[in-house]
Design a protein around this ligand. Structure first.
Ligand code: CA
Ligand code: CA
Ligand code: CA
Length: 253
C-alpha cells in the first residue's frame, strides 16, 4: 500500500523555509485530503496541525513528529479549527461528513479541547439535510459577540448557515444564510476574522456559478456579524474584475 505525505514548513524572517520541518506519512486512504492549522488546543503558545483522511483525523501537537490524537471518521468531507465554541479557554475542532446518496445528510461534529488536547469523541453534534455535492464547515469565530465561538457550514446548492456556540457546545440556535440563489452558493465557507473591526467576526461563503456559459457570475459573499446575530443576506459581494466563467470563489484560505 502506498503512503501519503503531508509537509509542514516553518516561517522565518525571510519567509517560508524551503526544507520541511515535519513530514507526516500515513497509509490511511487519502491522508492529507484536508490539512488545517489549529492554533493551540491545550493553552500554550505552540500551534497544532490536523490532517484528515478517509479513515481518521490525526492531530499533531506543538510541532511533534507523531500524532497524539486520532479521531475516527467515515464519509469525511471537511474539518477546521472551531476556535472556542464553549468559551472554556481551550480551542475546539469541528469536522463534517455526508452520508446517503438519494437523501444525503450532513453531520457536523464538535470536539472540545482540554489540557491534554482534543477529545477523540465529539462533545456535541447536529445533522441537516444536504445536497449530493460537497459540504463544508468552518469555525467562524465569535460572529454574534457573546464570547462563544460559532460554526459556519454549507452545502453546494444554495444553502449555508451559522450555528451559535454556548457553554454546552454548539447550540440549536442558527441563522440561515442566503445568497444569489444560484446553485454555486455554498461551495466553500471560511472564517474571515473581523473585516470591518466592529468587534464581530464576519462569515464568508463562496459562490462560483457554473449555471451556464452565458450566465456566469462568480463571486464571494460576506455576511457580517452583529450583536446577537449575523446578516442572513450578504453584506458585501466580492466580484473579480474579469468575472466570467472562471470558477472564482470556491475556496479561501
Ligand atoms: Ca473550548
Ligand atoms: Ca458567538
Ligand atoms: Ca465585523
Amino acid at each position: 500500500m502506498y503512503a501519503s505525505r503531508t509537509y509542514v514548513f516553518r516561517g522565518s524572517a525571510s519567509g517560508i523555509t524551503t526544507t520541511p520541518y515535519r513530514t507526516y506519512s500515513s497509509t490511511q486512504t487519502n491522508f492529507g485530503r484536508r490539512v488545517r492549522g489549529l492554533g493551540t488546543s491545550n493553552n500554550n503558545d505552540l500551534g497544532n496541525v490536523a490532517v484528515g483522511s478517509d479513515n481518521a483525523i490525526s492531530v499533531y501537537y506543538d510541532g511533534a513528529a507523531a500524532a497524539a490524537t486520532s479521531i475516527p471518521v467515515t464519509s469525511f468531507t471537511d474539518l477546521d479549527a472551531a476556535w472556542d465554541v464553549n468559551n472554556d479557554g481551550y480551542a475546539d475542532l469541528v469536522h463534517a461528513n455526508r452520508v446517503g446518496v438519494s437523501a444525503p445528510m450532513l453531520n457536523i461534529y464538535l470536539h472540545h479541547g482540554g489540557p491534554s488536547g482534543y477529545f477523540a469523541n465529539p462533545s456535541t453534534s447536529f445533522s441537516t439535510t444536504a445536497s449530493a455535492y460537497g459540504v463544508w464547515v468552518a469555525g467562524a469565530g465569535d460572529v454574534d459577540g457573546d464570547g462563544y465561538g460559532d460554526l459556519l457550514y454549507s452545502y453546494q446548492g444554495g444553502a449555508a448557515a451559522v450555528r451559535f456556540g454556548s457553554s454546552a457546545g454548539v447550540s440549536a440556535r442558527l441563522v440561515a444564510l442566503t445568497g444569489s440563489g444560484t446553485t454555486g452558493y455554498g461551495r466553500g465557507v471560511a472564517r474571515l476574522g473581523d473585516l470591518n473591526r466592529d468587534g464581530y467576526a464576519d462569515a464568508w461563503v463562496g459562490d462560483p456559478d457554473w449555471s451556464g456559459e452565458f450566465l456566469c457570475s462568480d463571486d464571494q459573499r460576506i455576511h457580517r456579524g452583529a450583536a446577537g446575530t449575523v446578516a442572513g443576506r450578504p453584506s458585501q459581494i466580492v466580484t473579480p474584475a474579469d468575472n466570467g466563467c472562471r470558477s472564482y470563489g470556491p475556496s479561501l484560505y
